[in-house]
Design a binder for this molecule. Sequence first.
Ligand code: SAM
Length: 294
Amino acid sequence: MNSYWSQYVQKTEELYLSRALKFHRGNIDKWASIMQLCDGMKILEVGCAGGLLCHRLKEHLPNAKITGVDFDVGHIDFAKKKAKELNLQCDFVAGDAAQLPFEDNSFDICYSHTVMNFCDPEKFVREQYRVLKPGGKMIVMDVYARGFKPEEWVPTENCEEKELFDKVWVAASESPNSQIKRYEDRTEKYSSYLAAQGFCHISIDTMSTVKYAPDFDNVDAETARAQINDDRMSELSSVEKAYKMAPKALSKSEYQSLMDMINRRYDKEIKRYESGEKKWEFRIVTTVLISGTK
Ligand SMILES: C[S@@+](CC[C@H](N)C(=O)[O-])C[C@H]1O[C@@H](n2cnc3c(N)ncnc32)[C@H](O)[C@@H]1O
């Protein structure tokens, strides 16, 4: 086990906030329904990171037995701590998706969200087949299409910001720590791995959610600020991670000045939002769910 992911790829808090917006309390019933989860089931999330979705599902299905597994011990420690804070009985276990630390035929449902492309797909599916009860269901969720505004951020208004950002990321991308292995990037191939391991009734579904739309009247002020700050957090932690990988790329004052510029840009964005000036920007995320029955 390691803490590579939470140190160099996505910080636990960053993932937790982003997922808290996607799997929020107002739509968790829709997620549970599209995943066909029922109270009392034994459910496993593979690659659960800080455990947000396990926490939300446990609140929604109090009699379900929910377990999250992830190979990053930083994520798992966070998930356990948060469950305690929220007074939720979930189990979080450090373990590899390619060698799940569970008995055969143990779970009714195994699901994952944006994990399969980072794992050997055959082992990933085989292990979930093994730990599922006969008749149990595996669900692979992936973000298939993103709408209207590209995910990647490119500061255009401030050239100094872009210059420093590029400088640190060009250097970081040469670091061995920036290389994450991706196995199978094509979501459309996932079903064939499920079929090859013996899953039947393979089906596909999608769910679209609003990722960012702070100016709309059906987004309350707290969520609107959280959406803006979610973007801020992913930019700040992107720079933080790059600097950790390439500490010589920027001087300390350049690094601080880049972080300050990002913060100022988002402070301005929050002020704009609070002043009532509308931009009407929005982003929609489509999640594809591929499932099969053992
Ligand atoms: C993109 S993140 C998604 C996390 C979480 N499912 C979510 O949507 O917030 C991928 C996660 O998979 C975990 N992961 C990657 N390979 C793994 C493996 N072989 N075994 C267990 N966890 C793995 C990482 O540590 C990370 O938490």
